[in-house]
Design a protein around this ligand. Sequence first.
Ligand code: PMV
Length: 335
Amino acid sequence: MTEVKIKTAFAAAHPNIALIKYWGKSTRDGHNEPAVSSLSITLDTLLTETRVRFDPQLDDDIFLLNGKQDEQKLSRISRNLDKLRQLAGVTTRCEVASSNNFPTAAGLASSASGFAALVAAGDRALQLDLSFAQKSMLARSMSGSAARSIGGGFIKIALQNSGPEDAVFGRAFAEQIAPAEHWPLEICVGIASESEKAIGSTEGMELSRTTSPYYDAWLAGNDQDIADAEQMVITRDFEKLAELSEFSCLKMHALALASRPGLLYWSGATVEAMHCLRDLRAAGVPVFFTIDAGPQIKAVCAPGYGDRVAEALQSVNGIRRVIRCGLGCGVRVTD
Ligand code: PMV
């Protein structure tokens, strides 16, 4: 093992939101492998920018989030850095400085964009030249959804396509189904709360796997949901994708709600917003909702309907603000 001279690199990544949700981890291994396949869209507007600096003067890794040292998240960051160091054959410690232009750990997939940016910046700084799939697997080992932020547009992690287990990388990785230009959907994110969520997804997933009576049914329906959703994306069938995405979202939350103790990620405003968006759809506006492990509501609408949907969402009691997004690109090195 050697020490490298100071090496710096910058990367930027966007969060993604799953239309076919991932909830539950495989029990087979230690690589944070998902128990189900998932399908997502990568957003633009919301952004994580990360700088890594491998520096032989450092005694320990350091993590700065939005300019402030964050000890709590450091151990996860260090585990990711250890994998990068192992691949490069170096021991040099690293300072990671990351900033988000949106609330962190509040169900807006900051861990997805965060780990995707970290892997891409680390790859560049240590000159590893990892492939798309390898970057996706390294990001996945820290946060399942981060595997999908390596790519842009429409992305899936299909467990059926995973290769044999690799000692460093594990198995599951993301692939692009279609680029953003294929179908420029618009997304309105309704912010119901800016505070960090009480129960993180890793803990929540484990609780659901071990206690929710719906877990086996959740696993059983996944292959069909993925195959159908991919087809709907390819054929740009909004109506069918709307129905299936809401089904996947509500199924995930039913699974979580039926855990013991039940995981209730919604606030009153989340529920009000679901009704509002369903009423809009009934009135002919092509829109559907999806919600992750937090109270924020994401309204996905057909191209050209963003203004109408944003206005409706903004009028929901308890929705503090609405962030408008389109579909974005994958992670990129920015120096
Ligand atoms: O990647 P994690 O561990 O933050 O889990 C993501 C879980 C959901 O956002 C709720 C669903 C998904 O597929 O992104």
